[in-house]
Design a protein around this ligand. Structure first.
Ligand code: ATP
Length: 244
């Protein structure tokens, strides 16, 4: 079956004063893929996904999701349409339990289905916690958990939103090697039900997970291709060595 475009951008740009953080980006992600977005520090990766999630407005260009122009859609409506973005812990409520954090996400997902019940929320929250392996910690206060577990909680909150597109911003940052390994298994499992866009600095993780890699540099797409293509790309190597 031919793969279908899930989300695409045309001429997407975001300037901060004179700085072109995202500069005229044409980008397409297909349904069902795991896409990695890589690039040197300051390349514009977080700004780019913030534009997709609607956290910031573009200076120019457009975004289409499932054939619909969402350029001017507020963030919460994009979530409702199926775009979830994990925000590097900042979205966690530290004084609430793990379960309640995920239940809040499940509740907003279930608002899309009229007639859903409290028990549905609990079931969805439980299912998301099972998927990330945090079910046995659901009574703990979120803020007291180890950093790696808080990152998993964030992913569970994203999953409870039942996204079509899950955007993960540096999910393995601060995780131990064994946590990274189980995280990679989790992403592969998530990709069976959602498309994944991953900003990631850990190259072994990128090479292992990504179907396609998009390389940003100075706000522009420098290269795009399979892990093998990107590894062999001289311009990418130069950008990472700081000579590009
Ligand atoms: N709100 C802002 N105001 C001004 N400049 C900004 C703002 N947000 C980002 N920038 C600048 O835009 C550029 C791109 O930043 P961005 O965080 O998107 O890069 P990144 O590729 O995600 O970097 P990193 O890998 O270090 O997280 C940087 O030069 C950054 O300083």
């Amino acid at each position: 079956m031919a793969s279908v475009s899930l989300l695409s951008t045309k001429g997407l740009s975001r300037h901060f004063g004179g700085l072109k953080a995202v500069d005229n980006v044409d980008f397409t992600i297909r349904e069902g893929e795991i896409r990695a977005l890589i690039g040197p520090n300051g390349a514009g990766k977080t700004t780019f996904v913030s534009l997709l999630a609607g956290r910031i407005a573009p200076s120019a260009g457009s975004i289409e999701f499932l054939g619909k122009d969402i350029t001017n859609l507020p963030a919460h409506k994009r979530v409702r349409d199926g775009i979830a973005y994990t925000f590097q812990i900042t979205s966690i409520y530290p004084t609430l339990t793990v379960f309640d954090n995920v239940a809040l996400s499940a509740q907003s997902a279930l608002r899309r289905h009229p007639g859903s019940k409290r028990s549905d929320i609990a079931e969805k929250a439980q299912e998301a916690l099972d998927r990330v392996g945090l079910a046995d910690r659901m009574g703990e206060k979120a803020g007291t958990m180890a950093y790696g577990h808080q990152r998993l909680l964030e992913v569970a909150m994203g999953l409870a939103l039942e996204p079509k597109l899950l955007i993960l911003d540096e999910p393995t940052q601060g995780l131990s090697d064994s946590e990274i390994e189980s995280f990679c298994r989790l992403v592969k499992e998530i990709a069976t039900s959602a498309t994944v866009l991953l900003i990631e600095h850990n190259m072994p993780v990128v090479m292992q997970l990504a179907d396609t890699i998009t390389v940003l540099n100075h706000g522009q797409i420098l290269a795009e291709g399979s892990p093998g293509d990107i590894r062999a790309n001289a311009a990418v190597q130069a950008a990472y060595l700081g000579t590009g």
